[in-house]
Write a protein that binds this ligand. Structure first.
Ligand code: MG
Length: 439
């Protein structure tokens, strides 16, 4: 029996709950529910019209119910009278298969049956921009190599420290904040944890950063490539499998047994092999917007590197690859960007990892080269899709991801994303006019 949100509200003086959920495009939807009504919502869910969000539903569909998960409760540190709760979507008495949080929970359940507990940590990069979103917020942030720039970091101390203080209060164990590689770009890191907890926190982090930035007259964006000449916003994930008690890291090589010298177990290599096998199709969910493809495959930025992968390769502690093994017992997926859906991207790579383990997929030998300088010499690598349309089409055909995530989710996602592509393609850009007017 889960804890009563009404009782928690009384104890912690919560006046309102944000009963929240994330749609297929990663948009955060919510109802603000007074604590007096939360008991009924906890039992039956808060009602929504599914057609009004990015789910493949029509106005004729019955009510969609968001049933809050009390385990996910976060009391807003800057507005403690409000409690945020992540919710699972239900319709007609059944969970909605084509909804991201339900999809991740399904995969975690499958993994658990095999004796695996996935733990993850995410690195959510973001830009602080002006309130119109047209330029970076700090006009003095102009260094050509601005990464770790102390002055630029400290000019945003009021925003950054408020976010970090909030994470400390919430018990996330944040441990560092920095100015990243693009002018106006920041990253804040907190401890890794169970995958669902990390996904809920990831959703909340984006909301928190945007809210606190707005309080300071700024705007925060996680857009994959907000400025053409600057490094884009990645959302790298560090991944490991543990046993079901969460005490033993199953990705850690025992003794000095990893002949590739990366400190990974055979199980970790199989999981890694599964991701490499489906990577170009996973791009559809790791890099879910038209803009995402301007981050991967991008030309060199003013700082000297994009820090984003172009090809499906892995290596040790080398940031020019799609997968980096920074330390024993885990790997870092560097393909995801700031637009990736926190639940869907984790569900996606978990499907691929379980497939890798079930089918003993071999990732091959690591590629120990600087891919930005010598990538052209590596002949056997596969490239990532060049645009959203190619990614969606190949995701649609991937039998492994379809079997894992289910037809309902894949069909809904593909349909909505193709609509999004059509909307983009019908947009007449100034580039076309500049290059075609005199044809
Ligand atoms: Mg970073």
């Amino acid at each position: 029996m889960s804890e009563s949100l009404e009782a928690i509200a009384k104890k912690r003086k919560i006046e309102y709950f944000l009963v929240s959920w994330v749609d297929l495009f990663g948009n955060l939807r919510a109802k603000l529910v007074p604590s007096r009504a939360i008991n009924g919502m906890q039992r039956d869910g808060a009602g929504f019209a599914g057609f009004a969000a990015w789910l493949d539903m029509t106005p004729a569909h019955p009510d969609l119910f968001a049933v809050p998960d009390p385990e996910s409760l976060i009391q807003l540190p800057w507005q403690p009278q409000i409690g945020w709760v992540a919710s699972d979507l239900w319709m007609d008495g059944k969970p909605v298969e084509a909804s991201p949080r339900v999809a991740l929970k399904r995969q975690l359940e499958k993994a658990k049956k095999k004796g695996f507990r996935m733990k993850t940590g995410v690195e959510c990069e973001y830009h602080l921009v002006n309130s119109e979103g047209t330029d970076i917020a700090d006009p003095a942030d102009t260094e050509s190599k601005p990464c770790y720039d102390q002055m630029a970091l400290m000019r945003q101390y009021p925003v950054v420290s408020k976010i970090c203080d909030a994470m400390i209060k919430l018990g996330w164990n944040p441990y560092q904040n920095d100015h990243e590689d693009a002018n106006g770009q920041f990253e804040m890191n907190w401890d890794f944890d169970d995958a669902l907890k990390t996904a809920d926190r990831h959703v909340f982090f984006k909301y928190m950063v945007k809210s606190i930035a707005e309080e300071h007259g700024l705007r925060a964006t996680f857009m994959p490539k907000p400025f053409k000449h600057l490094t884009g916003n990645g959302c790298h994930a560090h991944v490991s499998f543990w046993n079901n008690t969460g005490k033993k890291n199953l990705f850690l090589a025992s003794g000095k047994k990893d002949k590739r010298g990366l400190g990974l177990s055979p199980l970790a290599y199989q999981a890694l092999g599964g991701i490499m096998h489906s990577a170009s199709d996973l791009a559809a969910i790791f890099n879910p917007t038209v803009n995402s493809y301007k981050r991967i495959n991008a030309p060199r930025t003013t700082s000297g590197a994009t820090w984003a992968p172009n090809t499906i390769t892995y290596a040790g502690n080398n940031r020019t690859h799609m997968i980096r093994v920074p330390d024993d017992g885990r790997f870092e997926l560097r393909l995801m960007d700031g637009a990736s859906n926190p639940y869907l991207s984790q569900a996606g790579f978990l499907v691929a990892m379980l497939d890798g383990i079930d089918n003993n997929r071999d990732p091959g030998e690591p590629t120990h080269v600087n891919m930005y300088e010598e990538g052209h010499k590596v002949k056997t690598t596969r490239r990532l899709p060049l645009n959203l349309l190619d990614a969606i089409r190949s995701f649609d055909k991937n039998k492994i991801l379809r079997a894992g995530l289910g037809d309902e989710l894949v069909d809904a996602y593909v349909k909505l994303k193709l609509q999004s592509w059509d909307s983009y393609a019908s947009h007449l850009s100034s580039w076309e006019r500049d290059n075609t007017l005199d044809c």
